[in-house]
Write a protein that binds this ligand. Sequence first.
Ligand SMILES: Cc1cc2nc3c(=O)[nH]c(=O)nc-3n(C[C@H](O)[C@H](O)[C@H](O)COP(=O)(O)OP(=O)(O)OC[C@H]3O[C@@H](n4cnc5c(N)ncnc54)[C@H](O)[C@@H]3O)c2cc1C
Length: 553
Amino acid sequence: MLMRADRSGYDVIVVGGGLAGLVAANAAVTRGRSVLLLDQEGAQSLGGQAFWSLGGLFMIDTPEQRRLGIRDSRVLAAQDWFGAAQFDRPEDANPRKFAESYLDFASGEMRSWLHGLGMRWFPVVGWAERGGALAGGHGNSVPRFHVTWGTGTGVVAPFTKLAYQAQAEGKLDFAFRHRVSELMTAQGRVLGVRGEILASDAAPRGQSSNREVIGAFEFGADSVVIASGGIGGNHDLVRRHWPQERLGPAPQKMVSGVPDYVDGRMQQVAQEAGAGLINGDRMWHYCEGIANWDPIWPNHGIRILPGPSSMWFDALGQRMGAPCFPGFDTLGTLKRILRTGHSHSWFILTQKIIEKEFALSGSEQNPDLTSGKWAAVLKSRLGKGAPAPIEAFKAHGADFIVRERLDDLIAGMSALEPDIALDADDIRRQIEARDREIDNRYGKDAQVTAIRGARAYLGDKLIRTAKPHKILDPECGPLIAVRLNVLTRKSLGGLHTDLRGQVLDGAGAPIGGLFAAGEVAGFGGGGYHGYNALEGTFLGGCLFSGRVAGQNA
Ligand SMILES: Cc1cc2nc3c(=O)[nH]c(=O)nc-3n(C[C@H](O)[C@H](O)[C@H](O)COP(=O)(O)OP(=O)(O)OC[C@H]3O[C@@H](n4cnc5c(N)ncnc54)[C@H](O)[C@@H]3O)c2cc1C
């Protein structure tokens, strides 16, 4: 084992082998520090959530954007970021500064750094979280979501490779199945970690592993970096922090967008050692969750990344107005949905829309992009029907109804939610009204106008936005209804840190020897997104804050 010569421990201990922890560990190794990387899961889960991710990164003014004619700039990105964040609390000072630094990074060295590590991006840049209100408000004015070749696996791979290389060179030790439950402190300084050794477990990556304790451990270090992720796998914690006054009561039913090791436990451990937690009520959960018919983790939900054309109805069968269109305003739509007293909502769409517009978030749901092979991508995206994972959901998913006739579709929706009486005539009236707006190339329906606007962007026209058509045109069918659930994913708030990633106590004073990075630190500073995210900023924030913490710890 790689310990300092006096056996007093390591220079740096990193708690959590997700993306933020891996980046921090590698940055510390580069500085010549001896590093211990601990994780409660086994080696098979190294990489954490990022492995499962779509690998989308928020970057600004890249060659990929320019090739598609997108004019982006740091100024425009800052307008979007701060319009989304709406920072309004005294404790937002550090998160705001972190956001400014990330904007410098994302418009500066981020791409060349990652490119140098071997990462490449799918040439069509995605347009996530479009906002749908005014220029100064929430949302991306332009496409910025750069999907990495290999998706999440492609983001994680360079960093796991570096970490194993460092291990081989005697610069880094791993300790898997080590769960930290205490930070050792003296005179206000963190001196190391204590915890339990868990029994080994062969459960495949992402599945629940046992929590059988077989021993205890204690390691000393000059610095400890907490990189333990968020709280999305712990629905009790999500409910406890739920911002009822902003979003309405927490949903009764939620599906889980993350493995159950995203348990929020370390936040508590850090607080017990004096760390300040800020913005715990800011979270990023999605409205378009579907129950995975082939689950990996408990209550596993998959997020649909929708193009803009599906009609979106609340649980009571009322079409939702601007900005509650697919892919426009996540939390605005969540609030609108919860206003009904129910937590689900419905997409109604056509086969033509699903083929072009549905994408599922997650590396395993995009085997073509995850393979990194062009032939697989072209076959899957341009071939007949929707990509295979989507057709599989259509066939097996509990939330999907496919019918030729609208009355039958609505009868299917009622059968799925028998306690809510849907008015079939009213739903038909709303769809027919929308369909009449297709006859002219202009009109008053804000969603139809937005669809036309989207197609002015080449990337959307090519692969993401179906040509406007009538939902009830039988040539475009069959009709599809999808029941959408709330899916838990990200914590936007977290441990309060300064710009060096050093954790601050409840009074804002630095805690000696303690650093935090990634989701547990609100992706930087204790919540660099403020109230809303622009997407791709989670992995981006792990890369940035992980590197900062590793450079200073
Ligand atoms: C399906 C999916 C798709 C996504 N797509 C995108 C995307 O396209 N773009 C984007 O920007 N973001 C995306 N995200 C979000 C992003 O992946 C995560 O926010 C990010 O990876 C979090 O990384 P992390 O290192 O902070 O934490 P994690 O990946 O959660 O890693 C934390 C690690 O700490 C360990 N740990 C926790 N507590 C302890 C303890 N007490 N002792 C020891 N170990 C502990 C855990 O076991 C875990 O391995 C996606 C997430 C998912 C799940």
